[in-house]
Design a binder for this molecule. Structure first.
Ligand code: CA
Length: 227
C-alpha cells in the first residue's frame, strides 16, 4: 500500500535518508524543515502519514501535532531525540499514532510507517468484542463501558483491543508493545505501563467498582471482569 509521506525534520541528512528509504519502499515523500510550514501544507495537500520531529524551528512538533489534530486525522508518527521524553509525550495525549526515538534505523522507520498505515486503513470487516460491560467496535473505533463511550488515544484503543481479544490471557509487556504500537524503542517497557495507567483511569470513570486490567507481576497484564 503506497502513499504520500510528509517528513518534517530540520536535520537535512536525516530527512534525506528517510526520504530515500521511503521512496525505495514505494512511497512518495516530501520534506519540510520548519514546523510553521506544516499546517498550511496539510490543509492544502494532506499526506497519508506524517513523520514529525519534536525539535523544529518555527513551531515545535508537540504544537504542530496538537494543531493538526484540530482539523485532521492524518496518521502521525512523532520522532523524539530523548527516550525520557516518551512518557511526557504520551501523557500529553496529543493524538499521535506512534513514537520513534532517535537514533533510529531508516528500515525501522519504514516498518513503522507500514504498520501505522495498515492500522489506520484497516480491513473493512472489523467486528465487535464484548467482555462484561466493555464493548469494543473495530469498525467505528469506539469503546463503550455500560453504554458510555471512552475517549481513548489510538494506542490505548489498540492495547485494549489486544487485551479484549483473549480475556484472561496474560500478555507480556513486550508482546503488548509490539501488538499495540507496531514496535517501540528497545527495552522501553514503561511505555506500556503509561498507556495501561491512562486506560485504567478512563475505564474507572465509568466502572469504579471493578478492576478490569490486572497486573501480573514480572510478566505483564491481563483483562478480566469479575461479576
Ligand atoms: Ca530537530
Amino acid at each position: 500500500m503506497a502513499g504520500h509521506i510528509l517528513i518534517v525534520e530540520d536535520e537535512h541528512k536525516i530527512a534525506v535518508l528517510l526520504q530515500d528509504y521511503l521512496e525505495k519502499a514505494g512511497y512518495s515523500a516530501t520534506v519540510l524543515n520548519r514546523g510553521d510550514q506544516v499546517l498550511g501544507r496539510i490543509k492544502r495537500n494532506p499526506p497519508d502519514l506524517m513523520l514529525l520531529d519534536i525539535m523544529l524551528p518555527g513551531m515545535d512538533g508537540v504544537e504542530v501535532c496538537r494543531e493538526t489534530r484540530k482539523f485532521s486525522t492524518v496518521p502521525i508518527i512523532m520522532i523524539t531525540a530523548k527516550v525520557e521524553e516518551l512518557d511526557r509525550l504520551i501523557g500529553l495525549e496529543l493524538g499521535a499514532d506512534d513514537y520513534i526515538c532517535k537514533p533510529f534505523s531508516p528500515r525501522e522507520v519504514v516498518a513503522r510507517v507500514k504498520a501505522v498505515l495498515r492500522r489506520t486503513h484497516p480491513e473493512p470487516a472489523g467486528k465487535q468484542l464484548a467482555v462484561g460491560p466493555l464493548v469494543l467496535d473495530e469498525n467505528t473505533y469506539q469503546v463503550k463501558v455500560r453504554g458510555s463511550e471512552l475517549d481513548l488515544t489510538p494506542s490505548e484503543f489498540r492495547l485494549l483491543q489486544v487485551l479484549m481479544s483473549k480475556p484472561g490471557r496474560v500478555f507480556p509487556r513486550d508482546e503488548l508493545l509490539v501488538r499495540a504500537q507496531g514496535y517501540d524503542c528497545e527495552g522501553y517497557d514503561r511505555t506500556i505501563d503509561s498507556h495501561i495507567k491512562n486506560l485504567r483511569k478512563k475505564i474507572a470513570l465509568h466502572l469504579p467498582d471493578h478492576e478490569v486490567i490486572h497486573t501480573v507481576y514480572g510478566v505483564g497484564y491481563k483483562l478480566s471482569v469479575s461479576n
